[in-house]
Design a protein around this ligand. Structure first.
Ligand code: IPE
Ligand code: IPE
Ligand code: MG
Length: 248
């Protein structure tokens, strides 16, 4: 897929312009620990993550990354204390209200990945729909917020859709499953970045990350800035992707 870069941006040193990942996905983790280490409530860590998110989007635009997917709330995060869940719902809603015009002006198309089930407050769904509608025509970059997202839930939803359409066993192919994922037009992530020193996937994009390169960093999400993204991309560029084949 062509990956044109706006000519007014210059790439940071150490990044090969011919080899920028098309799709980068991030697990934004460590907000709670960031706050606790400062004697603050966990929710302050989520609030501090807003700047990290916006700076990362800017960095991705600088690099010419076309698809950026950010894990904001998992299907398992409902297990958290009700007060924290309520905070996260309101936080994500207000983040959209604050930031969508700015993102729209930058040419970012906003989308969401996840279940729109009864647990997501109607007001949040409305803001999501408004943000999608506002930015629908943008093509510089697609920012997908994975919200009430679970990789297993996505696969279950894809299988349900195949079964309910009466797809025959012989027609259940990888292509057919992909076509029923939440965003079949989205290329698989080339690079997945997880912050906060945890070495796990936590149910993120299970189908799509089959051959993604994984980069883990100890930086806690609220401290993450575009330079950390550049470092992760430089690390990605040192990897050799073989897809089960042999060295080319
Ligand atoms: C990531 O930070 C944000 C969400 C999962 C919503 P955490 O809240 O998981 O922070 P830690 O991992 O407890 O430090
Ligand atoms: C993954 O982080 C989910 C998001 C970043 C939204 P978690 O903090 O929920 O993951 P675990 O519980 O440490 O695996
Ligand atoms: Mg966490």
């Amino acid at each position: 897929m062509p990956n044109p870069r706006p000519s007014h941006t210059s790439l940071p040193p150490g990044i090969d312009p011919g080899h920028v990942p098309v799709h980068v996905a991030c697990v934004m983790d460590g907000n709670g620990r960031w706050a606790s280490s400062r004697g603050l409530p966990r929710t302050e860590g989520h609030a501090a993550g807003e700047e990290a998110l916006l700076d990362t989007v800017e960095g991705a635009l600088d690099l010419g990354i076309r698809w950026l997917t950010m894990f904001a709330f998992s299907t398992e995060n409902w297990r958290r204390p009700a007060e924290e869940v309520r905070y996260l719902m309101e936080f994500n809603e207000s983040l959209l209200v604050h930031r969508r015009d700015e993102l729209n002006e930058k040419g970012v198309r906003i989308r969401f990945s996840g279940r729109r089930d009864w647990r997501v407050p109607r007001r949040v769904l409305r803001r999501m729909d408004e943000s999608i509608a506002l930015t629908r025509g943008n093509r510089r970059m697609t920012l997908t917020m994975a919200f009430n997202y679970g990789g297993r839930a996505e696969i279950v939803d894809a299988v349900r859709s195949l079964v309910s359409d009466g797809v025959q066993p012989a027609d259940v192919t990888e292509k057919a499953i992909r076509s029923r994922t939440y965003h079949p037009d989205q290329p698989d992530p080339d690079l997945v970045v997880r912050t906060s020193g945890e070495f796990r996937i936590s149910n993120f994009l299970l189908w799509q990350i089959a051959y993604s390169e994984l980069v883990f960093t100890d930086v806690l999400w609220p401290d993450f800035r575009r330079q950390h993204l550049f470092d992760a991309v430089a690390e990605y560029q040192r990897r050799e992707r073989r897809y089960g084949g042999v060295r080319g």
